[in-house]
Design a protein around this ligand. Structure first.
Ligand code: ATP
Ligand code: MG
Length: 448
């Protein structure tokens, strides 16, 4: 494949400094069991890389020479998943340890599309072969449970020390095989502060169009990792710098090209707010994130319909349909989230309208029925959080936010929440907004 005679370097525990305390004890259990049965048992990928740079690994990936069926037989709660790559999930309550059998085989065993994309690659191999199928050298370090050494075939160790992101092999070929690697490059640069090597960066431009062929469901998964991983603002900046953002959100990318300062200011509020919540280990809701990210596009479309003299409620509903229809063609945001996004959007003009005529200092009991109705809405808090982000960039008057904040439960006192911790599933049964998010397709006005 990319090298026929890899010569591995072994890095001792004393040198690499990873201690068992840095490894989840469930992962250790899996490694131990495989080892006891005479199989090779290694940690690989992000967990080794993150432990080396002193970050807490998000998940632990195990790789072994045991076949999926053999792995499954060793654990009570294990199942084989995946069609493209068969892997085993070993389940320990909330933690899942992913166990993969070494991939390998020669090039003929790998099915490729006309553009060189890998379609099927399920041929088992050895550690020496597995390494060449990994993306970046810093992701191809193997922690051997038997010796506690790190095995390095690709100078990944040096890359981690130098903060370098380098694709293994020929970058153009590797992006052609799997264009998502370009998004992963942006993500790791954001997450780790690593710098792409010249070759790894230069091959992105000629390959970026290949992202058009990636399934929207996969791009949704990648978006969640990019924007909800705790480094969303930095990921956004990396994606823009590498000219990849438009392959996720084309409408928004276009607006950014026209009016970067204004639109990026709102995105910064949203993404940094999410980053802060992740850092504080508070839950984040992707509906809030996507509603915020798509808001500028929604506003633009809504204004178009208002100019066509469509009433304001219809203009918002039609614009919401348009934004969602076009967004999901790129990034498959699931319906349960888009429904919540519509409600969050529909709340905005209502909060603005009733907030503007609200008197400061009025006791709750003396509020109008309309005010009370909004306050009782299951999504009131989320709507208000979003309204306040808009106020922070000057889109809404601060006094409107201040009015509503008087009545908002003092969540700040309970941990400074900026973005809702949870969004009730039965939101439709509360409040004054459309019970079911309005699908206005049947009465959509025609574009001029
Ligand atoms: P994180 O867990 O922080 O998202 P990671 O590097 O662990 O980062 P995973 O998606 O969990 O990323 O993948 C685990 C490992 O599998 C990677 O480190 C890499 O070695 C390999 N891998 C994952 N996706 C690809 C890909 N698209 N192409 C090649 N190798 C990949
Ligand atoms: Mg991982």
């Amino acid at each position: 494949m990319y090298s026929n005679r890899p010569v591995p370097v072994h890095i001792s525990a004393a040198e690499h400094g990873i201690t068992p305390e840095q490894i989840s004890h469930h992962a250790l259990t899996v490694l131990q069991r495989l080892h006891e049965q005479g199989y090779g048992a290694y940690l690989v990928g992000g967990c080794v890389r993150d432990a080396l740079v002193g970050q807490l690994p998000k998940d632990f990936d195990v790789v072994t020479d045991a076949r999926p069926e053999q792995v499954r037989a060793l654990f009570r709660h294990a199942r084989i998943i995946g069609r493209r790559f068969r892997i085993v999930h070993v389940i320990f309550g909330h933690e899942v340890i992913e166990v993969t059998t070494f991939r390998g085989g020669d090039d003929d065993a790998v099915r490729r599309s006309d553009q060189g994309r890998i379609l099927r690659d399920n041929v088992f191999g050895t550690l020496e072969e597995d390494v060449w199928r990994r993306d970046f050298a810093c992701n191809a370090l193997y922690y051997d449970f038997a010796t506690a050494e790190i095995i390095d075939f690709v100078q990944g160790w040096q890359d981690v020390s130098a903060g370098r992101l380098r694709l293994i092999g020929n970058p153009q070929t590797r992006y052609q095989e799997d264009p998502v690697r370009m998004l992963r490059a942006a993500r790791f640069a954001a997450k780790l502060g690593f710098k792409l090597t010249e070759d790894t960066a230069a091959a992105i431009h000629p390959c970026r169009h290949l992202l058009k062929d990636i399934a929207p469901a996969r791009l949704f998964d990648e978006s969640i990792k990019l924007f909800q991983g705790g480094y969303g603002w930095s990921a956004f900046e990396q994606l823009r710098a590498l000219d990849l953002f438009g392959f996720l959100f084309a409408g928004l990318d276009e607006l950014l090209n026209r009016d970067y300062v204004r639109i990026a200011a709102l995105l910064k509020q949203i993404l940094q707010g999410t980053d802060e919540r992740v850092a504080a280990q508070l839950p984040v809701n992707p509906a809030f994130l996507f509603a915020g990210m798509l808001w500028p596009d929604l506003t633009r479309r809504r204004e178009y319909w208002l100019h066509q003299r469509v009433d304001s409620e219809t203009a918002l509903a039609v614009a919401a349909d348009e934004v969602i229809d076009s967004a999901v063609r790129q990034v498959a945001i699931p319906r349960r989230l888009t429904d919540l996004m519509r409600v969050l959007w529909a709340l905005q003009p209502q909060l603005e309208r009733w907030g503007a005529i609200g008197e400061p200092g009025l006791p709750l009991a003396q509020l109008s029925a309309d005010h009370k109705h909004l306050l009782a809405h299951a999504w009131f808090r989320a709507g208000l959080d979003f309204l306040c982000l808009r106020a922070a960039v000057g889109e809404v008057s601060e006094s409107i936010c201040a009015f509503w904040r008087q009545y908002a439960p003092a969540r700040e006192a309970q941990g400074g929440e900026l973005i809702p911790t949870h969004l009730p599933e039965d939101f439709a049964s509360h409040g004054s907004l459309p019970d079911r998010p309005r699908r206005s397709r049947h009465r959509r006005p025609r574009r001029a």
